[in-house]
Write a protein that binds this ligand. Structure first.
Ligand SMILES: Cc1ncc(COP(=O)(O)O)c(C=O)c1O
Length: 422
């Protein structure tokens, strides 16, 4: 393990923990991180999230707090809210949800009663746990009905969504998800929600940065509520936001606090404000476009190597690989790729005959590698490494995995990641 000289106080007070942070810095620096929900935050975002704002309790909202001494905190939160409203073009933003899952729970609290029917995409089809899936509180406390994608195309079947919505009359419909490689048609969902009399929520956790950067259509003109995490393509700290028109502001704010949470994490609010400022710069539009260009180039290179991709490719930052035809289970591939310095996650594919803990696919994406400055010219090499890693996984060829790891580390060394010690 390397000693984290960048954290002198931590190294003195708690060398054991400091060594773990140093080891993680080294791991993040040396490996090719392809998990599509991860990213590298900037040094500025890191610094904002490690400030004395951490020391302050601020239950309530700016100007309406239950604790005194909010002279600065109110301004921090107002700044974050104003930047969110400006970047996404919304009338209302709440920046307090601790993370994406509590943000979604707050949406249910605002618009549904326990036992009500709610609708979202099924988890194995690419939806998120909090979209009413059975093992989640959202599927236990509400009656979750679930739509999917077509088996032949891997695309959402809007006839099925409409039929289900009109039959079940859910109070809330979620669109968006966690393993969706294609553009989400918010207008089509909005038409269905209107017909069914449901509140439509776009969970854009994965694609918020692409929306902010103009590389994915915005849900704002179409939906009632936008829910997002701030730590994926948006490249902020681990947190979340709920955005809406003014008419839903009160219900959302009441649901977040006092409905679900206590004091906001002010250091996170500050870091969200910084990330939103960064995302409003012209360079972030270039970043978002490059994320998509890289994903498309990587998908093409993988297809050329005979990999099956769910829906045949990607429109965004994410690629879902079905390894069935390679005869290598997703988990075996993911663990072998990890040993090769390529970090992915194993994932179910739609209609997966295997179990969620041992599924057929792996999920990859380009937000992190794009933050390191990799471009389309590097994607053939990335696809070749994945191919060699999956093939080596099938054969148990550890020497080949070690060889790939060394090549990956060389390229990563030439492209330092933001926020990490050089
Ligand atoms: C679409 C979507 N919604 C919500 C979440 C939950 O976010 P968190 O992990 O911050 O609770 C995720 C996380 O992966 C997600 O992909």
């Amino acid at each position: 393990m390397t000693l984290p000289l960048s954290h002198p106080a931590l190294s003195t007070t708690d060398p054991e923990l400091a060594a773990l942070v140093g080891a993680e810095e080294q791991l993040q620096s040396e490996t090719l991180r392809l998990i599509p929900s991860e990213n590298y935050v900037s040094q500025a975002v890191l610094e904002a999230s490690g400030t004395v704002l951490q020391n302050k309790y601020s239950e309530g909202y700016a100007g309406r707090r239950y604790y005194e001494g909010q002279q600065n905190i109110d301004q921090v939160e107002r700044l974050a809210v104003a930047r969110a409203k400006s970047l996404f073009g919304v009338e209302h933003a709440n920046v307090q949800p601790y993370s994406g899952s509590p943000a979604n729970l707050a949406v249910y609290l605002a618009f549904a009663e326990p036992g009500d029917t709610v609708m979202g995409m099924a988890l194995p089809m690419g939806g998120h746990l909090t979209h009413g899936w059975g093992v989640s509180a959202t599927g236990k406390w509400f009656r979750g009905v679930q739509y999917g994608v077509r088996q032949d195309t891997g695309l959402i079947d809007f006839d099925e969504v409409r039929e289900l919505a009109l039959k079940e009359r859910p109070k809330v419909i979620f669109c968006g998800g966690t393993a969706l490689p294609r553009t989400i048609d918010f207008a089509a969902f909005a038409e269905i929600a209107r017909e069914a009399g449901a509140v439509l929520v776009a969970d854009v956790a994965h694609i918020a940065g692409l929306i902010a950067g103009g590389a994915h259509p915005s849900p704002v003109p179409h939906v009632d509520v936008v829910s997002t995490t701030t730590h994926k393509t948006l490249r902020g700290p681990r947190g979340a936001m709920l955005m809406s028109r003014e008419e839903h502001a009160k219900a959302i704010d009441k649901a977040v606090f006092p409905g679900l949470q206590g004091g906001p994490h002010n250091q996170t609010t500050a870091a969200i404000a910084v990330a939103l400022h960064e995302a409003a710069q012209p360079s972030f539009r270039d970043y978002a476009a490059q994320v998509v260009a890289n994903a498309k180039a990587l998908a093409e290179a993988l297809l050329a190597r005979g990999f099956d991709l769910v829906s045949g490719g990607t429109d965004n930052h994410l690629i879902l690989m079905d390894l069935t035809s390679k005869d290598v289970p997703g988990k075996v591939a993911a663990k072998a790729l990890d040993r090769a310095g390529i970090v992915v996650n194993y994932n179910t594919v739609p209609y997966d005959p295997r179990k969620p803990f041992d599924p057929s696919g792996i999920r990859i994406g380009t937000p992190s590698l794009t933050s390191r400055g990799l471009g389309t010219e590097h994607m053939a090499a990335v696809a070749a490494w994945i191919d060699r890693g999956v093939t080596a996984a099938g054969k148990g060829d550890e020497d080949e995995l070690a060889a790939v790891r060394a090549e990956v580390a060389d390229l990563m060394a030439a492209h330092p990641a933001p926020g990490l010690p050089a």
